[in-house]
Design a protein around this ligand. Structure first.
Ligand SMILES: Cc1ncc(COP(=O)(O)O)c(C=O)c1O
Length: 405
């Protein structure tokens, strides 16, 4: 063994290959630090980050305010459990309630946990009412997470098949098909679950007509609506929640990703009507809403509501749209540009996988989802100049992929 000749990256790879459970097919590079929208790898190369760790590093990397808040909290108090009060969880709940118009919040640690909580609370609501509602309606191309409940409402067969049987009673309807939705929802439906902008499924915003059908179905049957805003929420589309833009009236909303700016935290936001059916002991989490997570969330929410983040998303989002449409016009294999704000997908006429390494070679981080889609989820604080430079690099990467075809 000549371990001395291994590069920093090779050493990292060799150690992981021995001991990390192989559930992720990683790109062959290791990021070791970041600043704003820039990332640096173990070999000292710089990248512009158009992915933000899949929509998580919402304030960019090494954000000074967030770093200070986390460090301060670490020196004060990190965790005490939910057996006791602390001063921060109520503040997070209050702000999420104000932003969403729903009144109660359960704080957890991830998007999947937030979805899981919403599913449980929907079940609990009908149990309290004494009504049998065995069905849940979910959408095709949906993604809600990898825990058993969240996976049960996720449509992708590849993710589901090895883990069946999943939750019974889940039916999938085609996205943006109002008639199919109206036909599927009945007085047996406990809840409809939908992402206002489908993310993993290829960046597909729900249409206003489909949103109207969801409202109609809920009004007719009493079914609850769960809006999964884990990816689309908290500023990503230029507003706090995209469900408001669609006119949806959810009873439950799941959030995660952007909320902690990189510190794991999620939340289920719940209407009074549903919350009034939940009792002590119905749900819980040892870590959920600890001081560290809440401090990070407060820092993010401060930036979102008074730090100019929403204005920035709207302004830079316009530049993304313009530049991406110009890029699409240039490369024949870009079939469609979908998205808004700072969530975008370039749907290709072929597998988008080669765009990822080509992007990295050109110094830009992007992601492939739904086989043919190049997905962009940059930090919400990206400037126009940074966006311009990053999209220039993406353009060059697409050119290289096109030339290699
Ligand atoms: C809409 C949506 N819901 C839920 C999840 C699951 O979140 P997490 O990976 O934090 O568990 C994701 C993750 O991509 C998501 O996009």
């Amino acid at each position: 063994m000549t371990t001395t000749s291994l590069s920093a990256l090779e050493e990292i790879q060799a150690r992981e290959a021995r001991h990390v459970l192989q559930t992720y097919r990683r790109a062959p590079l290791a990021f070791v630090r970041g600043k704003g929208v820039r990332l640096y790898d173990s070999e000292g190369r710089e990248y512009l980050d158009l992915l933000s760790g899949i929509g998580v590093a919402s304030l960019g990397h090494a954000h000074e305010g967030l770093a200070r808040a986390i460090a301060d909290q670490a020196q004060t108090l990190l965790h005490t459990s939910n057996l006791f009060y602390h001063p921060l969880q109520g503040q997070v709940a209050e702000r999420l309630a104000e932003l969403s118009g729903l009144s109660r919040v359960f704080v957890c640690n991830s998007g999947a946990e937030a979805v899981e909580a919403c599913l449980k609370f929907a079940r609990r609501y009908w149990y309290t009412k004494g009504e049998s509602r065995p069905e849940i309606i979910a959408l095709e191309e949906s993604f809600h997470g990898r825990t058993m409940g969240a996976l049960s409402v996720t449509s992708d067969e590849h993710y589901r098949a090895p883990f069946e049987p999943l939750l019974p009673g889940v039916r999938f309807v085609p996205v943006n098909d109002p008639a199919a939705l109206l036909a599927a929802v009945s007085s047996s439906t406990a809840a409809i679950i939908a992402e206002p902008v489908q993310g993993e499924g290829g960046v597909r915003p729900l249409t206003p007509a489909f949103a109207a059908a969801i409202n109609e179905a809920c009004a007719k049957t009493g079914a609850l609506l769960i809006a999964d805003e884990v990816q689309s929420g908290l500023g990503r589309t230029g507003v706090p929640f995209y469900f408001t833009e669609l006119g949806l009236k959810p009873h439950l909303v799941s959030v995660g990703k952007a909320l902690g700016g990189g510190v794991p935290v999620g939340a289920a936001i719940i209407s009074d009507e549903v919350a009034s059916t939940i009792s002590y002991g119905d749900h819980g989490s040892t870590y959920g809403g600890n001081l560290l997570a809440c401090r990070a969330a407060i820092c993010f929410l401060d930036e979102l509501t008074s730090g100019g983040v929403l204005d920035n998303v709207r302004r830079v989002g316009r530049l993304f749209e313009e530049r991406l449409r110009a890029i699409a016009a240039k490369h024949a294999f870009v079939k469609e540009v979908r998205g808004l704000g700072l969530i975008w997908g370039l749907d290709l006429t072929r597998d988008a996988a080669p765009v990822v390494p080509a992007g990295l070679a050109h110094g830009v981080v992007v992601n492939r989802t739904a086989e043919t889609v190049v997905r962009l989820l940059p930090p919400l604080v990206i400037t126009e100049a940074e966006a311009d430079q990053a999209l220039g690099r993406l353009d060059a990467a697409l050119l290289a992929v096109g030339a290699g075809a």
